[in-house]
Design a protein around this ligand. Structure first.
Ligand SMILES: [Zn+2]
Length: 205
């Protein structure tokens, strides 16, 4: 189908949808044509819901998780063990880990992973924010739940090196290698994540 034949409003929606990862032209067409069959009430709701993303979402001032307040729901939960930090690449990784319901500590979201080739350095991913928090809160364990890619390994080793300089007694662990190399945590199945956590290995000491 040549989309030039379609009405302008529909073409614009197709272009918007194709920006998303995993959505090619065919998926975009399927979603857009489905939207056309939806009720005006639903389309208005969708419009409002997407509009709600504008200005309504920020990062937790404590851990960097997405939130609609100053602090995220995990940081304000008094039942969480504040002495265990789990360091992840993005808020999506927290959702994947929380889905299993076994981890009771808190998190820290980096702003990405170190990648010297792409000129992504420690300041670009907020390493100093993490170090400040560790120095202040003195956790007993830091779990590096970073993906097993080259960037994930580089970032884990860098964090370990910096953290033990000022916190020689903290236990630093890395998730077990159950995850396929390069696979994102957010796509791993529950059992794989559960095994990766229970089989985590110690990097420090
Ligand atoms: Zn938080």
């Amino acid at each position: 189908m040549s989309i030039a034949l379609l009405p302008e409003a529909l073409r614009r929606v197709l272009e918007d949808l194709e920006r998303f990862p995993g959505i090619g032209p065919k998926s975009a067409q399927r979603i857009a044509f489905n939207l056309l069959t939806e009720s005006p009430a639903f389309l208005t709701k969708l419009q409002n819901d997407i509009g709600g993303l504008l200005g309504g979402i920020s990062k937790c001032q404590n851990c960097g998780m997405l939130t609609d307040g100053n602090k995220c729901k995990i940081c304000i939960d008094s039942m969480r063990d504040k002495s265990v930090f789990c360091v992840v690449e993005s808020s999506l990784d927290i959702i994947a880990i929380e889905r299993i319901g076994e981890y009771r500590g808190v998190y820290h979201v980096l702003g990405g992973l170190l990648s010297p080739l792409d000129r992504v350095g420690p300041e670009d991913i907020g390493i100093s924010v993490l170090i400040d928090r560790i120095d202040a809160d003195k956790p007993r364990e830091i779990i590096l739940a970073l993906n097993p890619s080259t960037e994930g390994e580089t970032t884990a080793l860098y964090i370990k090196k910096i953290v033990i300089q000022s916190n020689p007694d903290v236990v630093i662990t890395r998730l077990a290698q159950g995850l396929p190399t390069g696979a994102a945590l957010e796509y791993a199945d529950d059992l794989t994540i559960s095994h990766a956590f229970s089989g985590r290995r110690t990097l420090s000491r």
